[in-house]
Each structure stands twice: as C-alpha cells, then as structure tokens.
Design a protein around this ligand. Structure first.
Ligand code: MG
Length: 288
C-alpha cells in the first residue's frame, strides 16, 4: 500500500459537488473526504471556477481541501499549502508562449470596436483569460470567425471557447491560450510532480471534461452525466483508441449509485485495485 500513490484530479460542479438533478448517496461525500485524507493521495481540483468560487464551494459543500487547483478553465494552476494559494509561475510561462508576448490588455484592444462583446467582471479575467458576455440573439459563429481572423493576423495562438449560461440566457466567450486546457494542465502538473499515467485518475461529468475523458489519462465519468456526454465520451475514446482508460460509473461493486463522489470512488476502485482494501474498510467498496 505504501508504494501506491495517486494524483486524483477531479472536476467540481456535478462531479464532486452534488448540484445536479440526480440524488447523492448520503455517505458518498464523507467517504470521499476520508479517502482524500490518506497521505498517498494528492488531490487536485480541475474546474472552470476561479479561486474565490473554488474556496466558496469547498466551504459550502464541506469538500476536502486540495493540494493543487487548476482553475479558470485551465489558465491557472495553484499549489496550496496551509490554505495559502500560490500560482505556479511555470504554467503561466508555458501558456504565455501561445500568445506570442501579447497580454490581456493588448488582446482586449484588438476587439475593442466590437459592440457585441461585453467584458465579464474583473474577477473572471486573468492575465491569460479574456472573457466576454454575448447576447443570446447574436450570430456567434460569425463573431467567432471575425475574432479568429484578427488573432491569426497577430500570430496569437488562442482558442475561443463558446458556451451558454442557460439559466441566465447569455452567451459566454473565453479567449484562452491554445494550450490552456484541462488536459494540458493535468499533463503539465503530472510531469512536474513526476507521476506516471497509471498513478493518475481524472473524474468529470460534462462537455469541458471530454478532452481528458477521451485521453490516455485513466478517467471516470460519473453516473449522473447525461446520456449525450456518455455517448460522446465513448465515441471520442474509440476515435483516440483510448477506451481502456475510460470507465463509466454505474454503482457497480459499491453500495452507492455512481453519482458524484460515489462515481469518483468507484473509478478509483476500478483503476487502482491497491486501494480496494481501504475502500472496503470504509464501506465504499464490495466485491461482487
Ligand atoms: Mg462539471
């Protein structure tokens, strides 16, 4: 057991935070916290949230404090010691290369004349994340194309990430360095900390987790994910030939339902049999 170590990288909303429609097993979060308190486990939160919202979620949902946090959709990595958050400069330097020396202010200037773009609040911006609101009625395909052309003309390698805030009925648009993704950030941290792929587990539930779920990183899709995401994760891992590294939680070999943290624990028992005795002792794993 002492030989086994785990870099446990997990999404937050609807993966360990039970803020979806499906029920959470009453013991799941307690067992998850107990598991994460083991000295062999290094816990990493991987999320679109920014630092303040991660801290709020930890407090409001009684989540274990992580050792690292990959926040703002991959544009920041923090090392956390005694609840002090230290940004990993090496990661900022790494992703800065994509913008070819251009900074947040210069890219903002590049789009300053586009009336459809409304800057998000300052807490949602950082040196490598330029974020806008876009009204729902705007033809966002045309808008994105125009922005892409301007970025290319400046030799800036950026990704434009479009999503909808459904409850607020508003479009969200992030301009990010091309390599500032959850997947790249996890690989970067893994290499910095010298973990082999076999000693990493990722857990997620939704569209922005698909890159990692369909990669070579051992990954679990929690059972509360939608059917669409389940199908996309399977299709994409087939395309990448990485099916063995994707596991779909279902409640198998556990007294729980595979939703949220229950699914994360199920993924751990699936990929890392060395942890089964511990999970069994806690009550979170049962042999068929
Ligand atoms: Mg999520």
């Amino acid at each position: 057991m002492d030989e086994t170590r785990l870099l446990l990288c997990t999404d937050m909303d609807r993966t360990i935070i039970p803020n979806g429609l499906q029920p959470e097993h009453p013991q799941a979060r307690k067992w998850f916290a107990e598991f994460c308190s083991q000295p062999q486990v290094t816990l990493v939160y991987v999320t679109g949230r920014h630092q303040k919202l991660v801290k709020e979620a930890i407090k409001n949902y009684h989540l274990p404090y992580p050792h690292y946090a990959i926040t703002d959709v991959g544009t920041r990595i923090y090392r956390i010691v005694d609840q002090q958050w230290q940004p990993l400069q090496e990661w900022s330097d790494e992703i800065a290369k994509d913008w070819h020396g251009k900074n947040h202010q210069q890219l903002k200037q590049l789009f300053a004349d586009i009336p459809e773009l409304q800057l998000q609040e300052s807490g949602k911006q950082n040196s490598h994340k330029l974020s806008y609101y876009v009204a729902q009625h705007v033809q966002h395909d045309d808008l994105l194309l125009m922005m892409k052309e301007r970025l290319e003309a400046q030799k800036v390698e950026a990704s434009l990430v479009w999503s909808m805030d459904e409850p607020k009925a508003i479009g969200l648009l992030d301009v990010l360095p091309r390599n500032a993704t959850k997947l790249h950030a996890i690989h970067f941290l893994r290499q910095q900390l010298n973990y082999s792929l076999d000693d990493v587990l990722f857990a997620g539930d939704s569209g922005n987790d698909l890159h990692v779920l369909s990669s070579a990183i051992p990954s679990v899709l929690v059972a509360n994910a939608t059917r669409d995401i389940r199908e996309m994760a399977q299709t994409q891992s087939q395309q990448h030939n990485t099916q063995p590294s994707l596991y779909l939680a279902s409640g198998k070999n556990t007294p729980m339902n595979g939703n949220y943290t229950a699914g994360v624990l199920e993924g751990i028992s699936y990929f890392l049999p060395a942890f089964r005795p511990l999970l069994t002792k806690m009550g979170a794993y049962c042999e068929e």
